[in-house]
Design a binder for this molecule. Structure first.
Ligand code: NAP
Length: 251
């Protein structure tokens, strides 16, 4: 029996835990780790632990204490701190690390996307523009980057309620994907949205807003992903993860 630690908080992490806890893999011990940010998380099958490890050293200590054989970093592409922690901890504990990261989105014909390196650059773009009504789908963390835009109005969609600091003129929508393009189009239209801000999360769960923006010829500010630690193996999906895990004797 081998022990797999999945750093989760994503649909792919739940899927991987699902596959690894079923036959023919079911003989392995699968621990999923969640940060504990969301009040009512979708729980993966198998063992689940919740909460931070206390930085790379804490994670390395956990990996040793639980005799983890491989760490799969299946966290969200924008969860940069835990990913950095995983690569440092894996090296410190001498345990292989695999990154499961869904590919980013790619603009197609009819898209009017503007790539920005970070949320503060998105805020600067809006400040320099004439767009007054903004749909922010970047999550409740990081709203502070837009707090100084007092002359703009924001529709903010997040899983949990927003907390300060945030822009003063906003309406909060509590919702989580998947969404449909028709519903997204109706939302953008009914709130008279002029520009959409999103992280380049990739995947299908939340891509419908991009289709809706294209249909309505709305501009999109696409916040680029933080880079993956160089030299760490990266796979794009659960199938790729299973193939890689087999090379480590987990199959
Ligand atoms: P982050 O900035 O990279 O992580 C901050 C700290 O939270 C980490 O240093 C770690 O604490 C703890 N942490 C994060 N993920 C963890 C996990 N899976 N298990 C145990 N501890 C974890 O991450 P974040 O952006 O706040 O995201 C938190 C979680 O939400 C992640 O698991 C991610 O997959 C999920 N998520 C994030 C986004 C997003 O846009 N960022 C979107 C959807 C889901 P210690 O240093 O104490 O270990």
């Amino acid at each position: 029996m081998r022990t797999v630690l999945i750093l989760g908080g994503t649909g792919e992490a739940r899927q991987l835990a699902g596959v690894l806890t079923q036959a023919p893999h079911g003989r392995h011990r699968v621990i999923s780790s969640l940060a504990g940010r969301v009040a009512d998380p979708a729980l993966p099958p198998g063992e689940v632990r919740v909460g931070g490890f206390g930085g790379p050293q804490g994670l390395a200590g956990y990996v040793r204490a639980e005799a983890v054989d491989v760490v799969v970093d299946a966290t969200h592409p924008f969860a940069a701190r835990i990913s950095a922690s995983a690569s440092a901890a894996g090296a410190a504990a001498g345990v292989p690390l695999l990154v499961l990261r869904r590919p980013g989105w790619v603009a197609g014909p009819g898209d009017d996307w503007h790539r920005v390196p970070a949320l503060d650059a998105a805020a600067a773009f809006i400040a320099a523009s004439t767009h007054e009504r903004v749909f922010l789908t970047t999550g409740r963390q990081g709203l502070g980057a837009f707090a100084s835009l007092t002359d703009r109005w924001f529709l903010v969609r997040s899983v949990d309620p927003v907390e300060p600091p945030h822009p003063p003129r906003l309406e909060s929508l509590l919702d989580r994907g998947p969404f449909t393009a028709d519903r997204e189009e109706a939302l953008l239209t009914s709130f008279h949205i002029q520009i959409l801000v999103t992280k380049d999360s990739g995947g299908t769960m939340t891509a419908a807003k991009l289709t809706a923006a294209r249909r309505l010829a709305l501009p999109v500010l696409m916040v680029d992903r933080p880079p993956v630690t160089p030299g760490v193996p990266v796979v794009a999906d659960v199938t790729g993860a299973l193939t890689h895990l087999r090379t480590l004797g987990i199959g």
